[in-house]
Design a protein around this ligand. Sequence first.
Ligand code: FES
Length: 425
Amino acid sequence: MARSRRGSSRRIFEPYGGGASAPGSAPEAGTRPGLAAGPGDREAPGVRQPSPVRSQRGPRTGQAGDRGGSSVGWIPVGALLPLRFFVGFTFLYAGIDKIALDTAFLDLSSPTSILAQLQGYARTSPLAPLITTIAEPNAWLMGLTIALAEIAVGLALLTGLAFRAGAVGGALLSLLFFLTASWNVHPYYFGQDLPYGFGFVTLALAGHGDRYVLGPWLERQFAPRSRTGRQVAGTAPMSPERRQLLQVGAVAVGALVIGTVVRPVRDLLMPVSAAPVGAGAGAGTVGGAASPGAGAAAGTSASSAPSGASGQSGSANQLAIASTAAVAQAGAFGFQVPIAIGNASPGDPGIVVSLGNSQFAAFDAICTHAGCTVGYDPQAGLLICPCHGAEYDPRHNGQPVAGPTNIPLTELPITIQGGEITLKA
Ligand code: FES
């Protein structure tokens, strides 16, 4: 009975092999024959699952209904569902976040934008030549592409459509993030991109196990129909190539639709003032408190520094950056590093912080994790990176106290004379 109703069933998530009437019987395109469905992967709900001993005998191949819902033989695919849905949801959310929730990401004037991050990656990443020649000049397009790719990967994993292609895409994205955003993280296990990458590799090997997949439903929508709209019985199964094209196309269209509508929906649901998550930090507020120092460090040029710093005057090796009064009042003040000092380069954002008791400390404000610009949180007394949350203690030479890096900020040598803070070259 269940099978006879299947053609008109409204079920969306269902296994490929649960009934012989599922359109097509060949493996999902891209599925390796040797990775055919594992024992029990297509059994109906309530049917006893395979025992570990049985699973270890290795995969059975060539069975009807195998569409890449396979296991590697010794892993019950159902055990990977938490991993699948976690990384799928996370990548979907990450893509949406970049387009709609974090308004600073695609705003190239923001210190937390994709452009600022790429400039940071170019300092340390082994992909620096590619970043400077290809990615930076096309930063907005690059950011949008990454966001859409993350959405597509998330959709593929959550729906089971083009599952292995999505898992491989996720692994490649994770590798890209590892070589850029996480490259400066030491020890490597503090970085999050490698675990994601290996999670994707595991899913690509295992397949979706025919569990919670939209493929059969999608194929029914494209199955031949009579004039009355009924599906034509006895039609040839969909070819693997057409199935692959259909699933990849559905995921791509889904990603484009989500990428297009998510920002207007955000604008509809969230007042503009409440929208930015990170833009606020980039605009000069860190930890909820307005900080002129953070704002200036976040992109204000030296010409907007206080009067004592405006000319960055002084001798060739002593450059005034701010008046002590201005910094003491504001808590911190930003400037532009005028010359190469230690690891700091000319043009880098710098920040000078009041430590109290007429003590001050200045730093290159580029986060040592991946190059975003840190700002000062006067409440916490810390320099905080808005990108991934690194926190540095200005009272202890910019040592990191939290976040994904253990490399301190570059401290800039200063002297104080006549109410002026000057850099020592
Ligand atoms: Fe990642 Fe600063 S760039 S924490």
